[in-house]
Each structure stands twice: as structure tokens, then as C-alpha cells.
Design a protein around this ligand. Structure first.
Ligand SMILES: Nc1ncnc2c1ncn2[C@@H]1O[C@H](COP(=O)(O)OP(=O)(O)OP(=O)(O)O)[C@@H](O)[C@H]1O
Ligand SMILES: [Mg+2]
Length: 306
């Protein structure tokens, strides 16, 4: 019943069906011939420390001698009698190519300690006990768990390596706040340096971040810059609250700007920010409505540089 009480037994059940009786049995078990005496049987059993002995008649399995049979012979003062007279028959046997699940059913059903295993042609091949079954299952389970553990470890390492987020940063931006313009981008630059990113990557990320940050300050009603830095690369998200970009294709064109004279007088409005940001990114997308604009840029790190 041990086998029926395992709550979450998925992998164990799989093993029980995968393994065959032949995988688990003891091969070439000690036997006794039908014309030997019960005393011979008792001696062999005591020497080997076993509680059952298959009985052969010209290599054909005809019975099994158990401790109970030995006691019966002693009680009758008949220990020198032939095995044939006291052995247990018929024998509950298993076949070598049966799944282990059969053997377990037998153990539960008959409550014998030993089950001789015979071939299709009736030749004794081995013997199987409940202990053999449990031992083999434990060994198999251990192998399975070791395999799973290795896979799990590899997956985790891969995950940390590829997706492992090193740092996430977020900075608010305020309309016309030129005093703090570039603060977010400077922080990004320093963080990338700290994590040892390649200089070319840092330069590109800085350009993208700076242009998007300045656009928020100049053209939007404020928003935030968000950076997600992993070994894989840098994600730059620029989100604002409006008024949005009317024509995204046009905005991406070099030289297009809606900047007024005042903005131009302080050195902005050449209409180069978005096209440059796009050129410096590996992935670049703009989503915009009157409620706001979201620009997402991604710059892949070069793994060899990290
Ligand atoms: N976050 C935003 N919200 C609303 N409009 C935007 C936003 N970002 C860009 N735009 C629009 O897209 C146009 C082009 O942007 P781009 O950054 O290429 O040029 P610019 O900011 O005008 O000039 P420069 O970046 O060269 O100083 C802007 O003039 C503006 O009309
Ligand atoms: Mg700009």
C-alpha cells in the first residue's frame, strides 16, 4: 500500500511504468532441486539469509520453499523429507517483460515476500522482492532528480545571464525644466559605466535617452524616463502625458520640428532628435495619441564586452 499512498506521484508513476520487472529482479537466484531435502533448503536459506527458495524440477519452476514450510517440516519431525513434500504450490510468478506496476500490484495482492520471475517459456530468470522494487525506484528517482536539478540549474543560470535585470531606474521630467534637462540621461550613463558596458553602447544609449528626455521637456506636458538594464541590453521607455505627436512619420523625418523661435534661440529645434534616436537604437517604436506619447528604444549589449 506504500505505493498507493504517495500523494503527488506523477514522476514515480512514470518510473513504475517505464521500468520492467527484468530491470529490478535479482538475476540467477539460488534454487533447490525438487529431490533435495528440507534440511538442505533450510541450510541454504540460513547461509544466504533469505526467506524463500525457488524449487526446480529439471530447470522448470515447480514451487517455492518458505520459512513457513521449513517450520512445518520441523514440527512434523520430517526435516529430512524431500522438498517436494513441503514446498508451497502453486507459485505466484511474474514475467520478465511485465512493467514494474504489475509487480507492485502482486506485492499488494498476495503479500508474499518473493516472486520468481519466469520467461515466456517458463524458465526461471530471477526473483523479485518488495525491497528490490523500492531500492530500484529510489535509485531511479535519484537519477531523475539529479537530471531535473541539473536542467533547473542550467535554466536558472541562463535566465540570470540573459534576462537578469541589473538595474531599473525611473526619472520624472517636467515641462520646460531646462535646469534639470539631461539629469536622467546622465544617471543612465553612470549606471551603464558602473556595470561595465561597452563605451559604444553607453554612447548610443546616452544619445537616445537625451533626445527623448529633451523632447519630453520641450514638447510634452511632462512624463518620465524609465530604464531597464540587463546583461542583454538597455531598454529606454519615455512616457509622457501629451499633447502627443500628430504625425509620427513626419516627426521622424530629419529637419522636421514644431519648435518655436524661443526654443530655437536656446539651441534646440533642428528636428534631428527623433531620427538620431532611432538610428542609435536596435529597436525603436513610437506610440502616440493626444493623451500622450510613449517611445520605446532598445540597445543590445555586446556580451563579449561584459
Ligand atoms: N514627446 C513629444 N510630445 C509631443 N511631440 C513630440 C514629442 N517628441 C517629439 N515631438 C514632435 O516631433 C518633432 C520632431 O522631434 P525631434 O526630436 O526630431 O526634433 P525637435 O525636438 O523638434 O528638434 P531637436 O530634437 O533637433 O532639438 C518635434 O518638433 C515635435 O513636434
Ligand atoms: Mg528633439
Amino acid at each position: 500500500d506504500v505505493f498507493q499512498q504517495t500523494g503527488n506521484s506523477g514522476p514515480i508513476l512514470e518510473l513504475i511504468y517505464k521500468l520492467k520487472v527484468a530491470d529490478v529482479m535479482t538475476h540467477n537466484p539460488k534454487t533447490i532441486a525438487v529431490h533435495n531435502t528440507m534440511r538442505d533448503a533450510q541450510k541454504i536459506m540460513r547461509e544466504l539469509g533469505i526467506s524463500g527458495l525457488p524449487v526446480l524440477d529439471n530447470s522448470r519452476l515447480v514451487g517455492i520453499v518458505t520459512i513457513g514450510n521449513i517450520i512445518d517440516a520441523f514440527d512434523a519431525g520430517d526435516i529430512n523429507a524431500a522438498v517436494k513434500n513441503y514446498m508451497s504450490t502453486p507459485v505466484v510468478t511474474l514475467e520478465d517483460d511485465m512493467p514494474l506496476s504489475y509487480a507492485i500490484t502482486f506485492v499488494n495482492k498476495y503479500h508474499f515476500r518473493r516472486y520468481p520471475v519466469i520467461s515466456k517459456t517458463g524458465v526461471l530468470l530471477g526473483i523479485i522482492t518488495a525491497t528490490d522494487i523500492i531500492k530500484s525506484l529510489l535509485i531511479e528517482m535519484n537519477t531523475e532528480f539529479t537530471k531535473l536539478e541539473t536542467i533547473f540549474k542550467k535554466e536558472t543560470e541562463k535566465h540570470v545571464e540573459q534576462e537578469g535585470i541589473l538595474e531599473s531606474l525611473q526619472f520624472p521630467t517636467i515641462k520646460y525644466d531646462f535646469e534639470h534637462a539631461g539629469t536622467a540621461s546622465t544617471e543612465l550613463k553612470n549606471t551603464l559605466k558602473k556595470h561595465g558596458f561597452d563605451n559604444a553602447i553607453i554612447r548610443r544609449a546616452s544619445i537616445v535617452s537625451y533626445e527623448l528626455e529633451l523632447n519630453q521637456i520641450i514638447h510634452s506636458d511632462g512624463g518620465f524616463m524609465q530604464y531597464t538594464i540587463s546583461r542583454k541590453g538597455v531598454e529606454i521607455l519615455a512616457k509622457d502625458r501629451g499633447p502627443g505627436i500628430q504625425d509620427i512619420q513626419l516627426a521622424l523625418r530629419e529637419g522636421f520640428s514644431t519648435a518655436n523661435d524661443w526654443i530655437r534661440s536656446i539651441g534646440f529645434g533642428a528636428g534631428l532628435g527623433l531620427p538620431n534616436a532611432r538610428k542609435s537604437s536596435d529597436e525603436f517604436s513610437i506610440d502616440s495619441s493626444t493623451r500622450g506619447t510613449m517611445v520605446r528604444a532598445y540597445i543590445f549589449a555586446q556580451p563579449r564586452e561584459l
